[in-house]
Design a protein around this ligand. Structure first.
Ligand SMILES: Cc1cc2nc3c(=O)[nH]c(=O)nc-3n(C[C@H](O)[C@H](O)[C@H](O)COP(=O)(O)OP(=O)(O)OC[C@H]3O[C@@H](n4cnc5c(N)ncnc54)[C@H](O)[C@@H]3O)c2cc1C
Ligand code: SF4
Length: 338
C-alpha cells in the first residue's frame, strides 16, 4: 500500500499553488491513465490533486475564428460537439478511433495530451526502462519492440506516444494553453511533445509546475478533404500500429495546402513540413502521395520486430491522402454508438 494525500483544487490558481508546493504531486482528471500507473507502481505521487472542479469544461469561440477547448472537456463531449463535427471532423474521427466509449466518457483533453507511453516495459517495474527510471537501460531496444518507434527514436528510448487525438491536433496546428506560477503561456502543438533524446523521462515541454488549461484550434479545420486512418491489431480498443491524419485544401485537382501527421511511429505525433510543402501545387494523385510518404519516411528505421511498420506507414499515408482527396474519409460508423 502506497500512501498518498488527496486534495481538490478550487480554481486554476489554487491548482498551480498546490503543485508548486509539492513537486511529487500529480493532477488527476479522468484518471484513466494515472490511476492504472499508480496501481502498477509506475507512478508514485505523494499527492493527487483532483482538478475536476476547475472551470475548464467549455468549448468556446476565439476572436480569430478558432475554438478554445477547455482541458477538462471529455473526449466523448468533444467528438460529438457540433462545432467539432462540422468544422474539425478529422479531430472527431481521431478521438472516436481511440480507446472505448467508457474510457472516452472519462478521458479529458488535457489528460489525453499527457498520457504516458504504452511500452509494456515501462509498465513492468521488473524491467529496465530509462523513461521510468533514468539510467537503468531500455529493455525494448533488444526486446519485443513490435509497437515501437520507427522515427525519431534514440539509443535511450524507442517508445511511441499513444494518443489518436494528438495526431489530429498536430495536423490542425493546434496550440496548448498552459498556466504556471509565472502566468500563462502558449505552446505550439509541434513543440509540446518531445523526442526522447537522452532524457526520455520527459514526454513534454510542460514544466513540472504548470497545468494545461486549454487547447486552441485555428480557424481552418479542413472540413471537406480529410481522413484519419488508424491501423491496429483489432478494430476497436487497440492502440495504433500506425495512424495518419491527412487534410487537404484543393483547387480542382490541385493541392493548395496539405497537412499530414502520423501516430504510432514516434515519441510524439510526427509531422514533416517538408512532405507537406512538396505536396503544394501538385496534382492530388497517387504519385504525389507516394512521394510525400517517401519524404516523411526517409529516415525511418525499424528494429527486430517492427520493421514492417515502415511499409505499413507508407501505405497508410497514401491511403489516408487518397481518401482525403476523394472526400471519402474513414467510415464514421463508430459514431452511431454512443
Ligand atoms: C484500455 C485503454 C485503451 C486505450 N486506448 C486508447 C487509444 O486507442 N487511443 C488513445 O488515444 N488513447 C487510448 N487510451 C488512453 C486514454 O485516451 C487516456 O488514458 C486518456 O486520454 C487520459 O485522460 P485522463 O483525463 O483520464 O488523464 P488522467 O489519467 O487523469 O491523467 C493523465 C496524466 O495527465 C496529467 N494531467 C491530466 N490533466 C492535466 C492538466 N490539465 N494539466 C496537466 N496535467 C494533467 C495527470 O497528472 C497524469 O499524469 C486508452 C486507455 C486505456 C486504459
Ligand atoms: S522504449 Fe522507452 S519506455 Fe520502453 S523500455 Fe525503452 S526506455 Fe522504457
Amino acid at each position: 500500500m502506497i500512501n498518498f494525500e488527496y486534495a481538490r483544487a478550487g480554481d486554476v490558481a489554487d491548482a498551480v499553488r498546490q503543485l508548486a508546493g509539492n513537486p511529487a504531486a500529480k493532477f488527476v482528471a479522468g484518471g484513466t491513465n494515472l490511476i492504472d500507473l499508480m496501481k502498477m507502481d509506475v507512478e508514485r505521487p505523494s499527492k493527487v490533486i483532483d482538478i475536476n472542479r476547475l472551470p475548464l469544461k467549455q468549448v468556446e469561440a476565439t476572436p480569430g475564428g478558432g475554438l478554445r477547448i477547455g482541458a477538462l472537456v471529455r473526449n466523448t463531449d468533444l467528438a460529438y460537439h457540433p462545432l467539432i463535427e462540422q468544422r474539425y471532423p478529422v479531430l472527431a474521427s481521431a478521438i472516436m478511433a481511440g480507446a472505448s466509449q467508457q474510457l472516452r466518457n472519462m478521458a479529458s483533453t488535457g489528460g489525453n495530451l499527457l498520457q504516458r507511453t504504452r511500452c509494456h516495459y515501462f509498465y513492468d517495474t521488473a524491467m529496465p526502462c530509462n523513461k521510468r527510471e533514468p539510467g537503468s537501460g531500455c529493455a525494448a531496444i533488444n526486446g519485443h519492440n513490435r509497437m515501437h518507434a520507427i522515427l525519431g527514436a534514440s539509443e535511450a528510448c524507442i517508445a511511441t506516444h499513444p494518443s489518436d487525438m494528438c495526431v489530429a491536433l498536430a495536423a490542425l496546428e493546434a496550440k496548448v494553453r498552459v498556466a504556471g506560477p509565472g502566468g500563462e503561456r502558449i505552446i505550439p502543438f509541434a513543440d509540446f511533445h518531445r523526442l526522447p533524446g537522452d532524457t526520455p523521462e520527459r514526454d513534454t515541454n510542460l514544466s513540472a509546475d504548470e497545468i494545461v488549461t486549454a487547447v486552441e484550434l485555428p480557424a481552418h479545420g479542413f472540413a471537406v478533404n480529410y481522413s484519419y486512418l488508424k491501423i491496429r491489431d483489432r478494430l476497436s480498443y487497440a492502440f495504433a500500429l500506425v495512424s495518419a491524419a491527412a487534410a487537404l485544401e484543393l483547387d480542382g485537382d490541385t493541392i493548395k495546402k496539405a497537412r499530414l501527421a502520423l501516430g504510432g511511429v514516434a515519441h510524439k505525433p510526427w509531422r514533416d513540413v517538408a512532405a507537406e510543402t512538396a505536396l503544394r501545387g501538385q496534382a492530388a494523385n497517387r504519385e504525389a502521395f507516394t512521394r510525400a510518404a517517401d519524404t516523411i519516411l526517409r529516415n525511418a528505421k525499424g528494429f527486430e520486430h517492427n520493421a514492417f511498420k515502415i511499409e505499413l506507414a507508407r501505405r497508410a499515408i497514401v491511403r489516408a491522402l487518397s481518401q482525403a482527396a476523394a472526400g471519402t474519409p474513414q467510415s464514421q460508423a463508430d459514431k452511431k454508438i454512443r
